[in-house]
Design a protein around this ligand. Structure first.
Ligand SMILES: O=P(O)(O)OC[C@H]1O[C@H](OP(=O)(O)OP(=O)(O)O)[C@H](O)[C@@H]1O
Ligand SMILES: Nc1ncnc2[nH]cnc12
Length: 203
């Protein structure tokens, strides 16, 4: 499907079929959700889907995880009329930070960090990322926010896989994602039927 096309009937999660499969091998994530961010209607519908479970929640600040979580996170923040806090991969911020080690889907040990001059007890934070696979990245971000005394109101991502870590996050935090029930098994199996319809420039 043309990345910029908008169907007449926009069914729940319609834009997920715009996501492109990994064609580069095991060093990379199994798909690239960010293709649908190129479609303005898709991005806008995704942000609405992510915010729906939080309609009655008070949110002071949106935090997004480096790097692709910055895109959805800032779109969510702008839609809410709230500010955006960057949770960064370590080594970039030139101000005092708190760090957290973690391991993600690649199996590699990593470090993330957040500035220490914004979060405080009582602040209600929604954490946004592109995807939750093992949950290692999101758990580290949750720890960083909570270590500074702020409250994690919830967690939002395009998808939350039913890995051990993904399930732990769903069991312990209010979560939003964009995956219709009937698609979750494909997400957990890390293969989407919609990949078959993609051809040409995306392959
Ligand atoms: O649940 P996990 O197994 O921890 O994996 C999820 C993380 O991995 C991906 O980002 P990645 O580190 O690939 O970086 P990117 O955002 O720069 O693409 C994804 O957007 C999450 O941040
Ligand atoms: N951005 C991403 N897309 C797909 N699978 C992932 N696993 C971890 N990050 C991912």
């Amino acid at each position: 499907m043309d990345a910029l096309a908008v169907p007449q009937n926009r069914e729940k999660g319609w834009y997920l079929s715009l996501m492109a499969p990994n064609t580069k091998g095991p060093k990379f994530a199994w798909l690239d959700p960010s293709r649908f961010y190129c479609n303005g209607q898709a991005l806008s519908d995704c942000v609405k889907d992510l915010l729906r479970p939080f309609q009655n929640e008070s949110i002071d600040l949106v935090a997004g995880i480096d790097a692709m979580g910055f895109i959805l996170g800032s779109a969510v923040a702008t839609t809410l009329g709230k500010g955006f806090l960057a949770i960064r991969k370590a080594g970039h911020l030139c101000v005092q930070t708190q760090t957290q080690e973690y391991t993600d889907y690649s199996g590699r040990e990593k470090l993330m960090e957040v500035r220490v001059d914004v979060l405080r007890p009582g602040l209600r934070v929604l954490i946004v990322d592109q995807w939750i696979e093992t949950g290692g990245t999101m758990k580290a971000a949750i720890k960083l926010v909570e270590k500074q005394g702020a409250t994690v109101v919830g967690v939002a991502a395009v998808a939350i896989e039913n890995s051990e870590g993904g399930k732990w996050i769903k069991d312990n935090y209010r979560c939003s994602h964009c995956i219709p029930d009937q698609l979750q098994s494909q997400i957990d199996g890390q293969y989407l039927e919609s990949f078959k319809a993609l051809s040409g420039p995306t392959q």
